[in-house]
Design a protein around this ligand. Structure first.
Ligand code: NI
Ligand code: MN
Length: 223
């Protein structure tokens, strides 16, 4: 069994039989983050913005968890004292718990102190026989159709807040292209510019025959 816990914003913890993963662990400074057990084997990061890189470096230094991220961002984390591994778009990355792919996102990526963070990414996680797609921060882009056709993620975590990323209408189209059965909205209502109604998104997702699971910070689903 695999458990997905929403920490808040775009931060998730995914727990498999014997391992756990943090994705984009933005905890301190996150007005909506709920307590979650931050002990994990791996930290996966989509891009360098502070609301995604978040506490990754501190958690790695404190717990020994390894960060995997796009090459330039991983180097930055390594320079700051974290345990980090640099990868790049499209390669299958092996893990003790399965595998993951870093895939495209239509966004930007700079570190909190203004350095180039490499390209922004989305992440497809394969764990415990399940495939989970975290879209990162992104506008709607046509590679999502390729990801749907080729990788067929069962579950998609999609930003709906608009302003910095796609909003509800684009996320509904993304859900169609990704061919995922179950959709979890993220990246909304953390800050005033990204206000969105997840119930409106859920209603739209249901009209295209898919399931939408709205998680409050701290809530989990078993998949
Ligand atoms: Ni961003
Ligand atoms: Mn963001």
């Amino acid at each position: 069994m695999v458990k997905i816990t929403f920490i808040g914003h775009s931060a998730f913890k995914i727990t498999g039989e014997n391992h756990s993963i943090l994705i984009d662990p933005f905890i301190s400074g996150n007005p909506v983050s709920a307590f979650s057990d931050l002990k994990a084997d791996d930290i996966l990061v989509t891009h360098a913005h502070s609301d995604h890189l978040g506490d990754s470096i501190e958690i790695s230094k404190k717990t020994g968890a390894r960060i995997t991220a796009i090459f330039e961002l991983a180097n930055y984390c390594g320079e700051k004292g974290a345990k980090a591994r640099g990868i790049n778009i499209g390669g299958k990355v092996p893990f003790s718990w399965g595998s993951a792919y870093w895939l495209p996102a239509a966004h930007s990526s700079g570190t909190p102190d203004g350095k180039y963070g490499g390209v922004p990414s989305s992440i497809l996680v394969n764990i415990g026989g399940k495939s989970i797609y975290h879209a990162g921060d992104t506008g709607l882009h046509y590679d999502m159709k390729m990801i749907g056709e080729f990788y067929k993620p069962e579950i998609a975590l999609l930003p709906i807040g608009g302003f910095y990323t796609m909003g509800i209408n684009e996320a509904v189209k993304a859900a169609q292209w990704l061919e995922s059965k179950k959709i979890i909205p993220m990246h909304y209502n953390t800050f005033p510019p990204i206000k969105a109604d997840p119930e409106e998104f859920k209603a739209e997702i249901e009209t295209i025959g898919k399931e939408c699971v709205i998680l409050k910070p701290g809530e989990s689903i078993d998949i």
